[in-house]
Design a protein around this ligand. Structure first.
Ligand code: DGY
Length: 330
């Protein structure tokens, strides 16, 4: 029987073509709602679901699902209840590696953009309010010589560190906050002697810029809450390119409004695509619409990985990028 793939919302042709060549491909014209997705997954008409971050694949959906695998078109997979998938023997796969540099670029863009008030400055020029060079016009913050704290030290955090070192920043990190874990020099590799590992609370207290690079789990939900914000320097800037719920967004709005910290550059939101009340009104923020991986070549590579994962799982094989290899029936 032909391999059958269901894609919830179109992805780049590079991936679609691979699946078309391998079997029968269904691409839904618009993203399904919860009930529609649940019915499609339970129909038995598809071997693999190619899902996206907006598709919630929870215990209820998985209880009825007749699938071999779920190929998430993203490196993050917090939209999927992986434990429930594993219990049902459904493999889950993701798209790591190919979006590392693009996402680190966005972290630096947010850092520089917030530090140098790029959104306010651009708006001023467009409003016709630029009347000439002034000593006090749009004064921002320095980056060189400042401390960048990284929450997490995985692929994207390391790519961010590499860039920040190039900007002359002093990079500190906590590899798995809020827990502590010692990273050996061997594991640090090219970063040994160039970055410093600190306990999470010291990273928070010492950072001029705090950039988040942790997956969303029950341990990292609201990792940055009101108490962490209060422990940051008053001049500090928070950068989030990871997942919105890692930050208590209502607490962040209060902290920005009251000058507890100086600014925030965000690519992700707690209740995406909605913003916390008041966030959009704050001038000391740079707000992007979850575009960390949004370059043409990166999205095309993600589509290829998603397709390769999907084909392997449809055949009953381990995909190239499994999240739960233990789900493969032995
Ligand atoms: C991911 O891959 O997890 C990003 O958030 C979207 O590309």
């Amino acid at each position: 029987m032909a391999l059958r793939f269901l894609v919830t919302e179109s992805i780049p042709e590079s991936g679609l073509q691979i699946m078309r060549d391998a079997g029968e491909l269904t691409v839904l014209p618009t993203a399904p709602n919860t009930a529609e997705l649940r019915a499609l997954c339970a129909s038995g008409d598809y071997d693999v679901l190619v899902s996206q971050l907006a598709d919630t694949i929870d215990t209820e959906l998985l209880a009825d699902a007749k699938l071999r695998g779920i190929s998430n078109y993203a490196v993050g997979f917090n939209n999927i209840d992986v434990a429930a998938a594993t219990a049902k023997g459904i493999l889950v796969a993701n798209t790591p590696g190919v979006l590392t540099d693009a996402t680190a670029d966005i972290a630096l863009l947010l850092l520089l953009g917030t530090a140098r008030r790029v959104v306010e400055a651009d708006a001023l020029v467009r409003a016709g309010e630029f009347i000439g060079w002034k000593p006090e016009l749009m004064i921002g913050s320095d980056v060189a010589g400042q401390v960048l704290g990284l929450a997490g030290f995985g692929r994207i955090a390391r790519a961010t560190a590499r860039r920040a070192l190039g900007f002359g920043m002093d990079v500190v990190f906590s590899p798995r906050p809020p827990a502590e874990r010692i990273v050996s020099d061997e594991e640090l590799g090219e970063f040994a002697g160039k970055v410093r590992q600190l306990p999470w609370q010291d990273v928070v207290a010492q950072s001029d810029y705090l950039s988040l690079h942790v997956p969303l789990t029950e341990d990292t939900r609201h990792l940055v809450d009101a108490s962490v914000l209060a422990a940051m320097k008053p001049g500090a800037i928070l950068i989030n390119t990871a997942r919105g719920p890692v930050v208590d967004e209502a607490a962040l709005v209060t902290a920005l409004r009251e000058g507890v910290i100086a600014g925030a550059g965000l690519d992700v939101y707690e209740n995406e695509p909605a913003l916390a009340p008041g966030l959009a009104e704050l001038p000391n923020t740079v707000l992007l619409p979850h575009i960390g991986s949004a370059t043409g070549p990166v999205r095309a590579k993600m589509a290829v990985l998603a397709a390769e994962n999907a084909i392997a799982m449809a055949k009953g094989e381990l995909p190239p990028h499994p999240v739960n290899p233990e789900a493969l029936p032995s």
